[in-house]
Design a protein around this ligand. Structure first.
Ligand code: N01
Length: 548
């Protein structure tokens, strides 16, 4: 749902050096870099403006749970000096304003076709180019195709039937209306208690007459303890940006979050408790960096999980509700860590009701509300925060065909496979930004976007300087990379939970952790090694197929 009716325009036929799909942080930077290199570029974006996930996700409470100092571009000192963040963790309107500020500054919009969705991208062997079509009837021929389609851009509706029957207001966190929504005096239902649902609950609870939170799997969430940025802090931040970015680029997570080399059992129980109390009191994602073996040692993980369960018990007054909110049966942080402001506290309000879908599963949506095995809950408004077909969903949502007409949908039917999360065997000159099998959601995405785009641009630069028409990874190189991805996945507890990380949230999707879990720094080293080897893992083509 966009803010305005779709703008009328006539279809265009374009021949460009590069097509960039998406105007999120990755796509915006890709378009800028490629243009700086002297290439003709066109960007295509479904929304009517830039911002990607921050354009669509306008739900109440939407806020980045990474610190702005990490979740912002570092490629331009001018941009980081001119832009001033107001809070440690910015809210969606401020992040969207930032995306627009960058787009203005770099004059990005003139090369975007907005309100336009790419429907197919097909490799034309004879021309050695990509042929793309859009839902507006456009035809784009491009030498390079950059898929900056985002790891979370295909929302997922729940499986239970009856959504179309609901006579009240139906809202989706992932595609929130651009006009204000009022909950005053309303009976509101919310399905989903991942990062989105956890942000929505406290804000809607402030206004709604009744709020029913339909929870299937409880998530672990920690206090964000967001603060306004003091002017003195901002001055220091701006003075030190270059050093901060350098630390982020050389870190495990692509950010400046504290990390430690201290294993859980290396200190006494009393010390561990104190470390966790201090981390909890500081808030933010500091807690994740308290122990080095949190995601590799199940016993250590369980101790930390129990500490957090204890905090839930201390916060939620009704012991029955507290018990239902305590996550069990999967390692803490194997699902994406959430940060909240007053999530658990909301359940102390008399008009906020936890509906336990494990005990009483949702059977269907009715005209009046939601029917569970315990009965019907009548609602005026129903909010779905039921997640996404993550990582691979975006590239499988439209028709992408490489050599011999092979489609990404077929190639990835058994699970997404790629080389460095950047390229695919059999898909020449097609690049992914933040693609599956890279660190994706396990690293700070803006640092990763910049690193990916820089790698892609360096390769394109090399190709143009050397008269190379096509580049693609060899099947062996891709298989080697995937072996590394799978071997590392075996070592981490992250693969042990049912989440969008492992694809289990989508019916029929093969289970598997399709993210590189070796950390951003090691990933970056692997990408650099590929360049230093003279791109030995890539097959280069200099002639057009069939050319004399
Ligand atoms: O989605 P999710 P999300 N009946 O998949 C439930 C990013 N993000 O939009 O777990 C009942 O985490 C489902 O239950 P279960 C972030 O990377 C970032 O919240 O399948 N419930 C789950 O509780 C995050 O990881 C920010 O049992 C059903 C929920 O829906 C990613 O987006 C903010 C159901 C989906 O949770 C996705 O988060 C927000 C059903 N039939 C999001 N079907 C930042 O701050 C699904 N559910 C940067």
């Amino acid at each position: 749902m966009t803010s305005t009716a779709q703008t009328q325009r006539t279809p265009v036929t374009l021949t460009v050096d590069a097509l960039v799909v998406g105007a999120g942080f990755g796509g915006m930077y890709a378009l800028h870099r490629l243009r700086e290199m002297g290439l003709s570029v066109v960007g295509v974006e479904t929304g009517d403006n830039v911002g990607g996930v921050w354009y669509w996700n306008r739900y109440p409470g939407a806020r980045c749970d990474l610190m702005c100092v990490d979740y912002s571009y570092g490629f331009s000192d001018e941009i980081q000096q001119e832009w001033t963040w107001s809070e440690q963790f910015a809210a969606q309107p401020e992040i969207l304003a930032y995306a627009n500020f960058v787009a203005d500054k770099l004059d990005l919009r003139r090369d975007y076709l907005f309100e336009t969705r790419v429907e197919s991208a097909v490799w034309d062997e004879g021309a050695g180019k990509w042929q793309a079509t859009t839902n507006r009837g456009d035809h784009i021929t491009a030498t390079y195709c950059i898929m900056a389609t985002g790891p979370l851009s295909v929302p997922k509706d729940p499986e239970f039937p009856g959504l179309a029957d609901f006579k009240g207001e139906l809202l989706r966190a992932a595609k929130w209306p651009h006009t204000p929504v009022s909950f005053a005096g309303k009976r509101v239902g919310l399905v989903g208690t991942g990062s989105s649902g956890i942000q929505i609950v406290p804000v809607v609870a402030e206004e709604a007459a009744e709020l029913h939170v339909f929870q299937r799997t409880p998530s672990f969430t920690m206090p964000m303890r967001n603060t306004a940025l003091e002017p003195e802090y901002v001055v220091e931040l701006k003075r030190n940006y270059q050093a901060i970015r350098a630390v982020a680029r050389a870190s495990h997570l692509g950010g400046v979050r504290p990390v430690t080399s201290r294993p859980f059992f290396s200190i006494t129980p009393a010390q561990r408790k104190q470390v966790m109390e201090d981390g909890w009191a500081r808030g933010g994602l500091d807690f994740l960096g308290l122990f080095s073996d949190l995601l590799t040692n199940p016993e250590a993980n369980e101790h930390v999980a129990e500490f957090v369960r204890g905090k839930i018990g201390e916060t939620v007054k009704d012991p029955v509700v507290a018990e239902k909110l305590k996550p069990r049966g999967y390692p803490i942080f194997a699902r994406r860590p959430c940060l909240d402001t007053n999530y658990y506290e909301s359940f102390n309000l008399p008009h906020v009701h936890l509906q336990d879908c494990l005990e009483h599963p949702i059977e269907r949506v009715t005209e009046k509300g939601i029917l569970t095995s315990a009965g019907e809950v009548e609602l005026d408004t129903l909010i779905l925060a039921t997640g996404y077909d993550g990582l691979s969903g975006a590239l499988m949502a439209f028709d992408v065909r490489g050599r011999d007409g092979a489609s990404v949908r077929d190639k990835w039917a058994g699970g997404a496979r790629s080389y460095l999360g950047l390229m695919m065997a059999g898909f020449p000159n097609l690049f992914m930004v933040c693609g599956p099998n890279g660190p994706a959601a396990l690293a700070n995405i803006v640092t990763l976007d910049e690193q990916n785009v820089n790698w892609i641009c360096a390769l394109i630069d090399h190709m143009r300087a050397s008269g190379i028409r096509t580049a693609e990874p060899t099947q062996e190189a891709q298989d080697d990379w995937m072996e590394q991805v799978f071997a590392l996945a075996e070592l981490t507890l992250v693969s042990k939970a049912n989440t969008w990380y492992t694809g289990t949230n989508v019916d029929g999707k093969p289970r598997g952790l399709i993210m590189y879990t070796g950390g951003f720094m090691r990933y970056n080293e692997a990408c650099n090694a590929a360049v230093q080897s003279g791109y030995a893992s890539l097959r280069f083509g200099r002639e057009l197929v069939g050319a004399a």
